[in-house]
Design a protein around this ligand. Structure first.
Ligand code: AMP
Length: 447
């Protein structure tokens, strides 16, 4: 039998996806722990929905004409495996609000009567052009607050509370220089009237715009307002503003959100062009950005969100006004790294790594001490210490070098130590070396 040829090109992660490795993953864990802690203080519970759903959910919820649905989804025809099953079009979730609202409807959470305050942390998938801060698999930390009208889900206090919580979370994470921009896109009727006005205003000028905006002017004129094309900015700024198309109720709602933010001391800027791309948004929409040059390049939106008072009905559910946001976790991490000045994994912030974070490194002297070293490690780990075990084939010098990289103490386990039930402990910070009895070892290593 001949040996198979060695593949010449080792396989790589797919374009737009990436591996997250230690020590950087320690920063991801810290960010997620901080988010969980803040969310708990505001009374949120975790929801985990599947990462794939029926394609129709996104077509109906996010909107057929959006960039996400029209060109960015990972969709496939899922074969039936048994006669009782039907083939079905499935999609990797490009965002999680539609999935959460689907679950809200499916589990009749509205019948509980109270406000549902849910958060999620997980990957999303969009076939976008990859660049710094934009990936095809990326992570979002998100929140949804929704419920029947009687639960107060429509109240502007909910909007302000969600925004104030975000301000607290970003502050507790140590993000500097964030900026909150918000706007109101009104009710779906307001938006219909605005869309008509926008189409009329775009008709005579769209030919002078870039190709992308010409297409948007036809398919989804609101998206023209999102455009960053420098040459088109003057024309876009001259287009009608949605604020002039809001009905009295939406206008009063927005004023109440701003007043509550003022009362909390959360700074914001109203951006009349902030309409956001997804069809389900109503009334308040918002984004938090960080200044250019802080790790994100042109992708400076850390997070986005808004109100979606009609989404549940669009998905066949009961009336369930709501508001939510999704933080781009990849972008949050890039920002924290840039602001700390340690972009490289080789020079990480000490708090985000476990370099030197272990209590002890156990160095068995000779392979015949390996099993005893493992048994000692088990005992210490069960006592709550963090421990790494070396290898009996290592020379003493190599053990010391390996231990010095990861642990505060080295525990030397030789024939003598085992015979006398003692261990030799060296503390790297002070250079002191002592013999300690097995009974006192855990306490000594904690010091
Ligand atoms: P959206 O769901 O489009 O409102 O996006 C919410 C947030 O998710 C954005 O502000 C970004 O921070 C993040 N985000 C969206 N798309 C991507 C992507 N392709 N790669 C990384 N982060 C993304």
């Amino acid at each position: 039998m001949s040996t198979p040829p060695k593949p010449s090109n080792p396989l790589k992660a797919v374009r737009g996806t990436r591996d997250l490795l230690p020590p950087e993953t320690a920063l991801w864990a810290r960010v997620e722990a901080t988010a969980r802690d803040v969310f708990a203080r505001y009374g949120f519970g975790e929801i985990r929905t599947p990462i794939f759903e029926a394609t129709e959910l996104f077509a109906r919820g996010v909107g057929e004409e959006t960039d996400i649905v029209s060109k960015e989804m990972y969709t496939w025809e899922d074969r039936a495996r048994a006669a009782s099953e039907k083939a079905q079009s499935l999609t990797l979730r490009p965002e999680n609000t539609a999935g959460v609202v689907r679950a809200y409807i499916e589990h009749k959470l509205g019948e509980r009567g109270d406000l549902q305050k849910l958060f999620y942390i997980g990957p999303q998938f969009r076939r976008e052009r990859p660049q710094r801060g934009r990936y095809r698999q990326f992570w979002q930390i998100g929140v949804e607050v929704l419920g029947p009208q009687s639960s107060g889900s429509e109240s502007p206090v909910r909007d302000a509370e969600v925004l104030e919580m975000l301000a607290t979370l970003l502050d507790e994470l140590g993000v500097r220089g964030w900026r909150l921009e918000l706007n109101s896109v009104g009710s779906s009727e307001d938006r219909k009237r605005y869309n008509v006005a926008l189409r009329e205003a775009l008709a005579p000028v769209k030919a002078q715009m870039c190709e992308d905006n010409q297409r948007r002017a036809e398919t989804n004129p609101l998206r023209v307002l999102d455009s960053k094309e420098p040459a088109d900015q003057e024309l876009i700024n001259a287009l009608p503003k949605i604020a002039d198309y809001l009905d009295d109720a939406s206008r009063a709602h927005f004023a109440a959100v701003l007043a509550a933010l003022d009362a909390c001391g959360v700074a914001y800027a109203v951006n009349p062009r902030l309409v956001r791309g997804l069809d389900y948004y109503t009334r308040t929409t918002f984004e938090f950005t960080v200044p250019d040059g802080q790790g994100l390049g042109t992708q400076n939106a850390l997070l986005g969100g808004g109100r979606y008072d009609g989404l549940s009905e669009m998905l066949g559910g009961p009336k369930a006004p709501g508001i939510g946001f999704a933080i781009g976790e990849d972008r949050l991490i890039l920002t924290l790294q840039a602001q700390d000045g340690s972009k490289s994994v080789d020079a990480p912030h000490p708090e985000w790594t476990f370099a030197k974070a272990l209590d002890a490194y156990i160095a068995p002297m000779g392979v015949e001490r390996n099993a005893a070293a493992l048994a000692l490690a088990r005992e210490l780990r069960r006592a709550g210490l963090s421990v790494e075990v070396g290898d009996g084939t290592f020379r003493l010098k190599k053990s010391f070098e390996a231990a010095d990289k990861v642990a505060r103490h080295i525990v030397i386990l030789g024939e003598d130590e085992l015979a006398t039930e003692m261990a030799t402990v060296k503390t790297f910070a002070t250079g002191t070396q002592v013999k300690v009895s097995r009974a006192e070892l855990a306490a000594a290593l904690r010091a």
